[in-house]
Write a protein that binds this ligand. Structure first.
Ligand code: GLN
Length: 539
């Protein structure tokens, strides 16, 4: 039977529960345990797919097409645990399942209630990940203890522990120790209150992970232990990550977090490693800490000042920096106000995915600069679509070329709605979503990059390269680098007469890991480094 760890948060939101969960998952995996990770989000949306990036940050897409919270991206970057729709639950999805069952008459006339119908459904969601091949399921509960909408989740995990036995469960509570500069001290009172709140609903945390900007003293740890009723060695410090989030697992290991977990579940050294195997991770961290050069990349998007909206893109760029031994300095530029002068000192341009017309002309202007000035360019999804529009307008001279997402009346709809989307009216979960294969064309830049013929990448879009224009665009130098196996959909484009210009209809950023960088990002950064080396030899 799988063991269960529940990670809750107190005091404030945005404490980094996702990163802590992912880091612990990684430490346990590297001790030889098989882990699964999941996130329970108390909001009412069925999934984050319809939410604004301002509200929610990036929508992270899984192979099976589930649109999820960006924390699942951390899970995939830190661990090898497979993720599926069972790894991402919201109140909306839980309630929908219960209400559908109610409509089908499955409750046989009973009154349908939060306890136990909703809590049963939450427990079912948790159980969906356990199994004989899984040692530990880590379940992160979104939000903060005390939130009204989170209550059924806390009640469900309390009941769950009662049912499977307290020794098979572990409650980790992540909390904040604010530092008061005036009195030079870390305050423990908010932590005491949030633990008291947890205990009021019947959950006594086993481990407290304390987020802090200053190191904790022994006496502060003892005080928290005493007031919160948690053994002293289970009060774990988690100081703000210095240079990179990839340092966090190591930090938590030094603080003994994984050891405490292993002791709690009484795993013996017979079935697990005495120490986590960090060899390759240390190599990755070493390269990250000691870059030999720096390269400047412009990321041009609608939410450029809001990094979380492009979380995985930023992470994939940093992974590509690691393998190229370069510090990647990313300059976020708002597409609304883009001016070519902003590209000063920039050696690569990336245009990520997006929706809606705002900022499109800025993106197209940046692509013109990339194309003409031979600046390495990576266009992702909308970024690729804009590259096709740019090429049609400025190379073929079709001034009104556009995507029908932005101009239904254009005489050159080089990007148009996918056939399968024509009668779709619901917005949630209805795009072309998830992993699909792409056949790479021999001799293309992209096939040299992947060094394979067929790839699988994740998608999230409604519009697509319009096949009616394939020939005209190819005739003037836009090469198709990848297509769907049936030949129906263009998945990648490139400009051969350019050092490195690639656009892809899919999202490569979702498949990049710090120690396994994505080949497209790797080669894009390598091209940017090469450009910098030859344009400014003395830098
Ligand atoms: N808005 C475009 C589409 O729906 C691009 C989507 C994206 O960039 N993820 O096709």
């Amino acid at each position: 039977m799988s063991k269960h760890i529940f990670i809750t948060g107190g005091v404030v939101s945005s404490l980094g529960k996702g990163l802590t969960t992912a880091s612990l998952g990684m430490l346990l995996e590297r001790r030889g345990l098989s882990v699964r990770l999941q996130k329970l989000d108390p909001y009412l949306n069925i999934d984050p797919g319809t939410m604004s990036p301002y509200q929610h940050g990036e929508v992270y897409v899984l192979d099976d097409g589930t649109e999820t919270d960006l924390d699942l991206g951390h899970y995939e970057r830190f661990t090898d645990a497979p993720l599926s729709r069972n790894c991402s639950w919201t109140s909306g999805r839980i309630y929908r399942n219960v209400l559908r069952r109610e409509r089908r008459g499955k409750y046989l006339g009973k009154t349908v209630q939060i306890v136990h119908h909703i809590t049963d459904e939450i427990k079912r969601a948790i159980r969906s990940l356990s199994g004989p091949e899984v040692d530990i399921v880590l379940t992160e509960v979104g939000g903060t203890v005390g939130d009204i909408e989170g209550l059924p989740f806390f009640e469900a995990i309390r009941q769950f522990a009662l049912e499977v036995g307290r020794s098979n469960c572990l409650f980790i509570h992540l909390t904040l120790l604010p530092y008061l500069k005036t009195s030079f001290e870390l305050k423990t009172k908010p932590t005491q209150h949030s633990v008291a709140q947890l205990r009021q609903i019947g959950i006594s945390p086993d481990i407290l992970v304390c987020r802090t900007e200053q190191s904790m003293s022994e006496s502060e740890k003892e005080k928290i232990s005493l007031f919160c009723n948690v053994p002293r060695q289970n009060v774990i410090e988690e100081k703000d990550a210095g240079t990179s989030v990839y340092e966090i697992p190591l930090y938590l290991y030094e603080q003994g977090l994984d050891r405490r977990v292993v002791e709690h579940f009484k795993f013996t050294e017979k079935n697990i490693r005495v120490e986590p195997d960090f060899a390759d991770w240390m190599g990755t961290l070493n390269s990250l800490r000691n870059p030999e050069k720096e390269v400047g990349i412009a990321l041009i998007g609608k939410y450029a000042k809001h990094k979380d909206a492009y979380k995985s893109v930023y992470e994939a760029l940093s992974h590509a920096g690691i393998v190229n031994r370069a510090a990647v300095r990313v300059l976020g530029i708002s597409s609304d106000s883009f001016q070519p002068g902003q590209l000063e000192g920039i050696d690569g341009i990336i245009i990520p995915g997006g929706f809606g017309e705002r900022g499109i002309e800025g993106k197209i202007a940046a692509i013109t600069a990339a194309r003409l000035k031979k600046i390495p360019f990576l266009g992702i999804c909308l970024g690729m679509q804009c590259a096709v529009v740019e090429f049609a307008r400025n190379v073929l001279g079709w001034r009104d070329a556009n995507s029908t997402e932005f101009d239904l009346k254009t005489t050159h709809p080089v990007i148009s709605l996918l056939k399968t989307q024509e009668n779709v009216s619901d917005k949630g979960g209805t795009m072309r979503l998830g992993a699909f294969p792409t056949r790479l064309l021999p001799g293309s830049c992209i096939s040299a990059c992947y060094k394979t013929e067929t790839i699988s990448e994740r998608h999230r879009h409604r519009y697509e390269f319009n096949n009616a224009f394939r020939e005209s665009l190819a005739a003037v130098g836009l090469r198709i680098g990848g297509i769907s196996p049936d030949g129906a959909l263009v998945e990648a484009i490139e400009i051969p007469d350019h050092p490195w210009f690639v656009g892809v209809q899919y999202h490569p950023e979702f498949l990049s890991q710090p120690n396994r960088p994505h080949p497209l990002f790797r080669d894009f950064i390598a091209a940017a480094i090469a450009r910098k080396a030859c344009t400014v030899p003395d830098r």
